[in-house]
Design a protein around this ligand. Structure first.
Ligand code: PEP
Length: 249
């Protein structure tokens, strides 16, 4: 059966000493849910975070990676570099990468392939913009993003894929998709998976919701049958809030 997952995306926040203090705060939190918990510090703090959280059940993951194994890609980080410091999961396709760094479906398909080839699990993000939702086009957009970046994969690859539906209009805006909007889209995503890969694969893939999840709204969102957890931005920067969300399961 699919897993419940709560992952914190710290984005470009926290220098080393701020990271150390957040890690110390995380370690004293108590987990009462059965969710898998992950945090994604910035690249410069991944090693430190992994060392600090080794004895905990919090997995340290990356926010991004490059598709090439090595070479002349100034400023980039490869899958094998992540593996070499014990990082086994990465976020890919976050809307901020798509918007500010022009990452498109074709590039993301290459990144997904590189991650899977290196045994790195992928949290694949996608979601419509406000104009798409206003024009009723959200399902077409989401279907295209998933199909273009992932549907060249064999069914067996989906054991290492987690999907994260993140409507762009709800990220960092304080505006959240209603639990019903999240459920409707997650059910649509699962149906899209089932149509190509079958019901068994569709039911085995965790689909996370992301977009202004907070302690106050997490429980209602997570209670929906097709919502298997959350990708948390702002609220993951405070250990207490993050664990209130983890414990909302
Ligand atoms: C995100 O960036 O993935 C995210 C969900 O951010 P926030 O929780 O701050 O909306």
């Amino acid at each position: 059966m699919r897993k419940n997952i709560v992952a914190g995306n710290w984005k470009m926040n926290n220098d080393l000493s701020q990271t150390e203090s957040l890690l110390a705060d995380l370690k004293v939190q108590t987990q009462t849910s059965n969710a898998e918990v992950m945090v994604a510090p910035t690249f410069t703090n991944l090693y430190q975070a992994n060392e600090a959280l080794k004895a905990s059940n919090i997995e340290v993951i990356a926010q991004n990676m490059h598709f090439a194994e090595k070479g002349a890609y100034t400023g980039e980080i490869s899958a094998s570099m992540l593996k070499s410091i014990g990082v086994n999961t990465t976020i890919l396709g976050h809307s901020e990468r798509r918007e500010y760094f022009k990452e498109n479906d074709e590039l993301l398909a290459k990144k997904v392939d590189a991650a899977l080839a290196n045994d790195i699990r992928v949290i694949f993000c996608f979601g419509e913009e406000l104009a798409d939702r206003k024009s009723g086009n959200e399902e077409n957009i989401v279907e295209g993003q998933i199909k273009n970046a992932l549907f060249h994969l064999e069914a067996s690859a989906f054991k290492d894929i987690v999907l994260a539906y993140e409507p762009v209009w709800a990220i960092g805006t304080g505006e959240t998709a209603s639990p019903e909007q999240a459920q409707d889209m997650h059910a649509f995503i699962r149906k899209t998976l089932a149509n190509t890969y079958g019901v068994e694969v569709a039911n085995s893939v965790s689909i996370l919701y992301g977009g202004s999840v907070k302690p106050a709204n997490a429980q209602e969102i997570f209670s929906k049958p097709d919502v298997d957890g959350g990708l948390i931005g702002g609220a993951s920067l405070k250990a207490e809030d993050f664990f209130a969300i983890v414990n909302a399961f």
